[in-house]
Design a protein around this ligand. Sequence first.
Ligand SMILES: *Cc1c(COP(=O)(O)O)cnc(C)c1O
Length: 369
Amino acid sequence: MPEESIPFLSLVSQHQPIGREVEEALMRVYTSHWYVLGHEVDAFEKEYAAHNGVNFCVGVGNGLDALTISLLACGVGAGDEVIVPAHTYLATWLAVSKTGATLIPVEPDEFTCNVAPAGIEPRITARTKAILPVHLYGQACDMTAIASLADKYNLAIIEDNAQAHGSMWLKTKTGSWGKANATSFYPTKNLGAMGDGGAITTDNEAVARFAKQYRNYGFEVKNMAIHQGVNSRLDELQAAVLRIKLRQLDLWNDQRRQLAVLYLEQLKDTGDIILPLSDKEAYHVYHLFVIRTQHRDALKAHLAKKGIETMIHYPVPPHLQKCYEHLSFRKGEFPLTEKIAETALSLPLWPGMTPSQVARVCDAVRSFF
Ligand SMILES: *Cc1c(COP(=O)(O)O)cnc(C)c1O
């Protein structure tokens, strides 16, 4: 009998136990006849702020908008420079571009793949306004080093926390280190909605106020706009689902961490594989389990043949995207970033994945080498 295939991600075991509760919540919103910016969004914002250890949370339409609004709330605009990771998801860069600011990319640390703090200081100029660390794969950046640079040069930190809900650096949640912090509730994230969603978290009251106005046309009070804002509101149905899923987040992150331990044990000393490295100060929530190998494409094909789905995060780095052609970045300009793009492979990992499924993936990986 052929073995059952293993998807990259399955939501079944997360959604099944809360199905009844979600159904009730969706019906509650349906029969309330109030669908945008109401009780559910208010309640979710309070609950997510508390979970994140901050005073304020503002729900928005998606992660990209959360990033853009965070930057704007910190006064970032044309003429400013923002330090960004060279190795990140495209959305991080797009948000900076949308404000009119200049992207200053910095190479990652070879082992964590997060931005290397040592690379930041040489890129700081009189125009630098902000540092935008991205907690990639679920692991916090070195926030001790980044916070001390921000302090020294009087820069704002704006975190991209889209992959790291519940993650920590030195026991302090990511999404609470910056002046304004952005996250996404895209369905595949550690905390995912049933569609698009995002949020800004902050301890800064002015940032929270700006975000609340900006997401809703820039209205200060009804029909009185003080910014040329956007329409980017978290809706009531998404907020109702997120409230239920938030209560499971710590448990699900714990399950991710246990699966990662199994992967790390079973893939030790396999071929030329570089396993993900966890910083000892970081509480890694393994949004992704990313290995690296020179034989990435062949390994991906080998696993596919065995019914195991894998993904690449990300095959084309932002500086080599056609949309940034006008910035004239060269191939080879960010060699570490390009090397990661050529060698990274994300293995299946989701809360509820079984140890025997992990073992099957590991057996299949070892059989390749
Ligand atoms: C998912 C993601 C985003 C964008 O989120 P959307 O909700 O899809 O706009 C931004 N940054 C990172 C690192 C992400 O993983």
